[in-house]
Design a protein around this ligand. Structure first.
Ligand SMILES: [Fe+2]
Length: 192
């Protein structure tokens, strides 16, 4: 446990160090965070074992927040097969990294005028791989745990407090997208 706390602290420090400015260098942040996950992944997963075995559904755990410049860091637990709706991030920049297991990430783009969403591509993230996005109200994505059996863990860094966001779903007729306001509930705090 002690070693995993040391690792969580290292991840937090990287996110705080590089999460500065209006357009942080998220490629550099992904590289540095990925290096730590590759190096210390086994200890980290052991330390976060409780999150992987609780079986309480999709959970968001807060690791750290900073006010100015705004950064929030979370660890999320994804039950087997769990998929999010297409969702935005309240216009914040963000980075999402697989820590344990693998995630599919579909990138979507929302046209501000028409509200129409279009699929831009998809990525598959294994441990230490990340996807990131600049502060952009039109960016949305949909993520899914690729495992049918195991809980996945991911690390998330956002350029502020992501307390609310929009989830998008097609109308029953399928001819338009409906935006549904969501509250991002926190299950608890992790200490680093
Ligand atoms: Fe997301």
């Amino acid at each position: 446990m002690k070693h995993s706390m040391h690792t969580l602290k290292a991840l937090r420090d990287i996110a705080f160090d590089l999460g500065v400015g209006k357009h942080p260098d998220l490629a550099a942040m992904a590289r540095e965070l990925g290096r730590v996950v590759h190096r210390d992944g086994a200890a980290l997963n052991e330390g976060l074992k409780e999150l992987r075995t609780r079986e309480r559904g999709f959970e968001r755990w807060l690791l750290a927040t900073r006010g100015k410049p705004g950064v929030s860091i979370l660890v999320m637990a994804w039950p087997a097969n769990h998929a999010t709706p297409v969702h935005d991030h309240d216009g914040l920049w963000g980075l999402e990294m697989a820590v344990h297991g693998a995630l599919e990430v579909q990138a979507w783009s929302r046209d501000a005028a028409s509200g129409e969403l279009s699929l831009k591509g998809q990525d598959w993230l294994g441990p230490g791989d990340a996807t990131w996005f600049d502060a952009d109200a039109g960016y949305a994505h949909r993520c899914r745990n690729l495992s049918r059996h195991d809980t996945a863990l991911t690390l998330h860094v956002y350029g502020g407090d992501l307390a609310k966001y929009l989830a998008y779903e097609r109308s029953a007729e399928g001819d338009q997208w409906l935006a549904r306001p969501q509250r991002a509930a926190i299950t608890g705090r992790l200490s680093a």
